[in-house]
Design a protein around this ligand. Structure first.
Ligand code: SF4
Ligand code: SF4
Length: 149
């Protein structure tokens, strides 16, 4: 399974097509809309987290591109909101590089941004969404600036 975050730019001709619904139906993709600005008959921008079998994620992107949607993978920089984190440890088992680990004997969950590859696997697993994709808002703003209203 792969979890990836993409910034999608929809042309105004196709922005009202039910494409995201088709991702679930045709490619068995789970999705999470992190941010969206899409109105009928206007170009739109969406930050979308896709989770599914790698091959199907790729096919779902090909499907979107067949509607002239530009899909660009977001090189995620991950931050932890320490105010939200309640040290449950759920994220430590999923991090493939040990950037989230339990420090013993304190049993404190440590986040090491130096080790983090930005894979975003920890984002959906955190029950309080303490793991955040930090550049989403700036990437979204940049994309919004390019949208012709
Ligand atoms: S899953 Fe979330 S709340 Fe739990 S330790 Fe990790 S970041 Fe903190
Ligand atoms: S984004 Fe990936 S590498 Fe970074 S802390 Fe989360 S699971 Fe680990």
């Amino acid at each position: 399974m792969a979890t990836r975050i993409y910034i999608l730019r929809f042309p105004k001709e196709t922005s009202s097509e039910p494409m995201i619904y088709q991702l679930v139906k045709q490619y068995d993709i789970e999705f999470n809309i992190l941010k969206a600005d899409i109105l009928p008959q206007r170009e739109g921008v969406m930050i979308l987290e896709l989770k599914g079998v790698k091959d199907k994620v790729k096919k779902s992107l090909d499907y979107l591109r067949s509607f002239d949607v530009q899909a660009e993978r977001l090189a995620a920089a991950i931050n932890r909101d320490d105010e939200k984190c309640f040290q449950c440890g759920a994220c430590t088992g999923i991090c493939p590089v040990g950037a989230l680990a339990i420090k013993r004997p304190e049993m404190e969950v440590i986040f090491d941004p130096e080790k983090c590859t930005g894979c975003a696997l920890c984002v959906p697993i955190c029950p309080v969404r303490a793991m955040e994709v930090s550049p989403v808002s700036s990437a979204f703003s940049e994309a919004e600036e390019k949208v012709v209203v």
